[in-house]
Design a binder for this molecule. Sequence first.
Ligand code: FAD
Length: 464
Amino acid sequence: MREFAQILVIGGGPAGSTAAGLLAREGFEVTVVEREKFPRYHIGESILPSSLPILNLLGAREKIEKHGFQVKRGVFFQWGPDEWSLSFNELGDTTAYAWQVVRSQFDEILLDHAAELGADVHQGVTVRKIEFDRGGRAVAAEWVDSTDSARSGRIAFDYVVDASGRGGVFANRYLKNRRYNDRFKNIAAWKYWKGTGQLAGNLEGATGVCSTPGGWFWVIPLHDGTVSVGYVSNRDRFNERRAELGGNDAVYDEAVEQCPGVKELLRGAEAISDIRLEQDYSYSAESFTGPGYVLSGDAAAFLDPLLSTGVHLATYSGMVAAASLSSVLRGELTEGESFGFYQRMYRRAYERMVLLVSAFYESYRGKDYHFYHAQGLSAREKDELSLHDTFLRIISGIEDMEDAKEAAYDLVVSDLTGKRGGDRNPFNHLQRMRDEPVAPEKAVDGLYLTFTPRLGLMRVTPTR
Ligand code: FAD
């Protein structure tokens, strides 16, 4: 391991490998330390279409395509009184899709790709301490071999990206600024199944989301023929039911019985894993940046999995962090300007999803209510989009991508260009060559994300 890196990235999940890959591609000296040896298990299998432009930018799309993950065409809700399907290609692009991935494989592809782009990746290495200088600036990390504590060392850096996930090296150990969201004090309990049926009305490969009296289920079909079926419920309620019924499996089974769609899906199917549990998983750090550091992905904030937003927020924040750091390291912007942009963009994306998910928990009302709610969360002109389209744009991650880039120039590779075109198509909008100046009112603090000629942040040129 080197003793100095321009940028140290802690964690090789989607946030860390996106940030590391993009920074290495920009020519910076990047070291990644990942505690585990990949492939390692991780929950979070349902990916959003916003991953396509980010994978294009990384140059990793082809590898993901080739791997043969289950293609995901949309989302199917059985929520309260309503059932509705949302197909990603309803926005006018027949090429819009995402994947359901086995995370151990997906994450390994992305981390290996970051190494191919030039990042110096060390697996099985844990960061155990961060050093700050007298002014509170993060300047170095102490690391230890995850399985051999006799092997340890120190690495100094100019900047560090904390992408350590829920463990949150900075937020939990040093900043103590992680705040849990009372609205989502939930427990998730899930198993993998084989020999299942299909959810009635579901699109090919779509995620199923089905409410029950005490919570909701996710249904995620994977390319290896198994299906991930998870039950999410309020923590107190889950604990009460466990005390009464005598175990986690019994709570899960009771919920299956109460959910006709999932009950039918699992009729005759075989559970091929033990039950797994996660709890208390919605939080946000008060600040996502500080002197010498940025927090990316789950290390900064995490949201209940209802809309499958975790990997989107991780790769999105990894991309914006890479752009922000690139501009600082090239001397184009000050750290304050650049980190301010990062914080605003990531927080906006996160909070929009929080508001949308909250509305689902507050009511088991039907789809019109949630479409209407989504409209208030979009920056687009109200008459530009229908309620349905706005909801779809937000839950596909496209709204965030456009916010960051807003009328910026093109998004590098463009094999996604929609056949039908037209302004309703967010993918076209993302990839269209634009050479007009950015409208100042659309930039954030006078800055916007750009991909050409280099990844970075640009200042809006004032128009006369
Ligand atoms: P991670 O993927 O957690 O990566 C962090 C990495 O840092 C890990 O590999 C870890 O080993 C490493 N690390 C930690 N500490 C250290 C250290 N000290 N030194 C070195 N390395 C370290 N998201 C979706 O998109 N779709 C879903 O369907 C979905 N479902 C979910 C269901 C549940 C129940 C939960 C809890 C989450 C779900 N998520 C989902 C969220 C998703 O799992 C995360 O948001 C995503 O993995 C975040 O990526 P990340 O890179 O920030 O963190």
